[in-house]
Design a protein around this ligand. Structure first.
Ligand code: GCU
Length: 715
């Protein structure tokens, strides 16, 4: 008997173990809904025996299903279907019983929600309400977040409305399934089997986005193929839109500006040619017949070889407005990217978007929003905020962040981007005096714009854990939460993500949050300290390449960005150099014009300074750089130790993958440090400060490394 009992136990434990291991492969993201402690589970079960909905829309059903799924998991109880004495009730504010409560719903707009205890029809319920069923959906997810992060139903009082209207992912997914700058496997969209087969993952993707308030997705790469707009692919996009609709997510498409030539057989794509305008209008009508709530177009024009209105000597406004007219009758919008730099323009690359777009302020149609990257170069580990923010008061501007870590170690490096998003959003443009933050440009409050948005280049692929690693999921999560509220702060977001993703106990949340909060700064330290930028290897951007100098276009070469010579290092963007500082509002520009008043973290972005320049720490610039590289490597070692101490708290699969990735990261951080220092020493002829470890190899070794199959490279 004892043997059988033991065997029975073992088998049960094994089965449970296997199930747990499968379930903890990261697929569930932050929507794991694992059982609470027995006492908390019992209380929750007592207080929420049923989930009831008033009304019957697909969105309300999705919200109720999610709550049932969540409560079933959190309480470990099976049945939550019927009506019962204690319930969570989902109803819009127009419901007769809800209306009598006179809740302050006017300020909630279309997407905000209220969650609180209420008396409905003589019963005490936990009410989730909003002006729309989308608001109810967001409220349901907010309630689940509350319960997953230690909250209870007793006294629950949640209320929130998004501060930004368009909260959109940009998928750089190609029609052949390759994701440009994607490090989480093939595209989630199986274009080949769409529209007939709708992978169940599409609905899970929509749930995940809705849970963090993302309400739009651009399905295809900004480097767009014309075929994305062909009838066949419109049908595929429509199938995805059908899956996403109940979750409040609109579909958008990147449009190739020359599509009227390639698809329509026209001789030109000149935006002022009536035939071209008519082609786009007919194309928009065709799309809206298939996708009645189609969001609109995203356009990368005249940038990195893409066609655009400049090919016809027209402005970006001419191009954007022509497309805007095509979608306007359907309430569509155009997101027109400001990421431009021209082959023929010898000016500082960091200046070119401003130079081209600033004069167009006020010339865009009402349904155009200009999409501006967070910084003026290209998603570097750190960039000062883009000078266009605050500089185009009469034009709605949306910010574009990259959640896929093209320049921050791909999927393998642990770099929580919340602090980076928050740093940019909190930057003060001073455009209308103190407090004119980028967040206030983005949420429209600075200039009174209603059309507002935030875009995140997605880090999502077909990997089982969606984002290539458990910690990369946090960047998707943080993007959504910060798009909903750009002032929320990186740390609260990290805490709630850690609680939902790994477990709400302080023994987990504390150390995981600590690891995350310094992780992006560590990448800055070991890749691009003190304002350096774009020193990555060519093409794939994997690993160091500060020595690269021979590429055709000057701004393709890292030496263009760091300008290191025997005397010093850094890009002079003051009056003696490119004068890019003059693109900022005068008080900001004044501060940046002088190395003494430039934040040290941005020093080499704006100034060429001597290697022996004294820094605030008392060290020379050179010693400070070495110190920063070492600090970055050291931080990764620290994360490894903290993660090691969490071994008993985290499931084996996710723990092990993270552990191995941290080992890779430490190795690569050291490689970055050593390769960079070898190169700088070859330029400045200086010795390492006492105590600093010499690089493991000579410069020739670092220069000889090559990675022809690094992932994510454009095709
Ligand atoms: C970067 C990236 C490209 C991408 C481009 C863009 O330059 O390396 O792959 O196409 O940004 O944002 O358009």
């Amino acid at each position: 008997m004892r043997l059988i009992g033991w065997l029975g136990f073992t088998v049960a434990a094994l089965v449970a173990g296997t199930t747990a291991a499968r379930a903890e492969d990261g697929y569930d993201l932050w929507m794991r809904y694992r059982a609470l402690s027995p006492a908390r589970a019992a209380t929750l079960h007592r207080d929420a025996q049923a989930v009831e909905i008033r009304g019957d829309t697909a969105t309300l059903r999705a919200a109720a299903d999610e709550l049932r799924r969540g409560l079933t998991g959190l309480t470990g109880a099976a049945s939550l279907q019927g009506s019962s004495t204690t319930a969570i009730m989902l109803a819009t504010a127009s419901d007769r019983d809800v209306a009598t409560l006179r809740l302050p719903v006017a300020s909630l707009g279309d997407e905000g929600y209220v969650v609180r205890a209420a008396s409905i029809g003589g019963r005490r319920v936990t009410l989730v309400t909003a002006n729309t069923d989308r608001g109810v959906l967001y409220g349901s997810f907010a309630l689940l977040r509350h319960l997953q992060t230690g909250g209870t139903l007793a006294g629950v009082a949640l209320s929130s409305a998004p501060r930004v209207k368009l909260r959109v992912l940009n998928h750089w997914d190609n029609l052949d399934g390759i994701v440009e700058r994607g490090y989480a496997g093939q595209s989630l969209w199986d274009w080949w089997t769409l529209p007939d087969f709708k992978d169940p993952r599409y609905a899970d993707y929509a749930r995940a986005n809705a849970s963090i308030g993302i309400n739009g997705t651009v399905l295809n790469n900004v480097n767009a193929k014309p075929e994305s707009l062909s009838p066949r692919y419109i049908a595929k996009a429509a199938a995805l839109a059908d899956v996403f609709r109940p979750y409040g997510i609109k579909v958008y498409l990147s449009a190739r500006f020359s599509a009227p030539i390639e698809l329509g057989g026209l001789k030109t794509a000149d935006p002022l040619d009536p035939q071209v305008a008519a082609w786009w209008k007919a194309k928009a009508d065709e799309i809206y017949r298939a996708i009645p709530d189609f969001g609109g177009f995203l356009v990368k024009a005249n940038s990195e070889g893409q066609p655009g209105p400049r090919d016809y000597h027209r402005s970006h406004a001419d191009g954007a407005n022509m497309l805007a007219a095509a979608v306007a009758p359907h309430d569509g919008i155009v997101m027109w990217r400001a990421f431009v730099y021209a082959e023929t323009d010898p000016d500082d690359r960091a200046k070119q978007a401003y130079t081209e777009f600033k004069p167009l302020d006020g010339r865009f149609a009402k349904n155009v929003i200009v999409q501006v990257k967070n910084g003026a170069i290209d998603f570097q580990p750190r960039e000062p905020f883009h000078p266009l923010f605050g500089a185009m008061p009469r034009t709605p501007l949306m910010i574009e962040f990259q959640t896929t870590k093209e320049y921050l170690g791909f999927a393998t490096h642990l770099a929580y981007l919340g602090p980076m998003f928050a740093e940019t959003l909190a930057s003060d443009t001073m455009a209308r005096g103190k407090g004119s933050t980028v967040a206030r440009v983005v949420d429209g409050s600075l200039e009174g714009h209603a059309l507002t948005g935030m875009a995140g280049v997605a880090n999502i692929g077909r990997d089982r854990d969606w984002a290539g690693s458990p910690f990369n999921q946090a960047n998707w999560y943080a993007f959504g939460r910060m798009a909903w509220d750009p002032t929320i702060g990186a740390e609260p977001v990290a805490r709630e993500w850690a609680a939902m993703t790994f477990g709400a106990s302080p023994a987990i949340v504390g150390p995981v949050t600590t690891m995350m909060m310094g992780s992006r700064e560590a990448v800055v330290d070991y890749m691009t300290p003190l304002g350096l930028a774009h020193v990555m290897a060519t093409g794939h951007h994997y690993g160091p390449g500060p020595w690269v100098a021979e590429l055709k276009r000057p701004e393709w070469n890292p030496v263009y960005y760091h300008r290191a010579d025997k005397a010093g290092i850094g890009f002079d963007r003051t009056r003696t150099g490119s004068n890019a500082v003059a693109q900022y509002a005068p008080p900001v520009a004044r501060g940046l014009a002088d190395p003494a008043t430039t934040p040290e973290r941005d020093l080499l972005w704006f100034h060429h300074v001597a290697w022996d320049r004294p820094m605030a720490s008392g060290r020379t610039l050179w010693a400070e750089m070495v110190h920063d590289y070492d600090r970055g490597v050291g931080y990764v070692g620290g994360m490894r130790r903290q993660w090691n101490a969490l071994r008993s708290e985290i499931d084996a699969d996710r723990w092990t993958k993270t552990d191995r990735f941290l080992a890779i990261q430490e190795q690569e951080a050291r490689w970055w440090r050593d390769a960079s220092l070898s190169y700088w020493m070859s330029v400045n002829g200086l010795a390492l400060p006492t105590g600093a470890a010499p690089p493991a190899h000579d410069l020739a070794w670092y220069r000889a490394q090559s990675f022809p199959y690094a992932p994510g490279n454009p095709q």
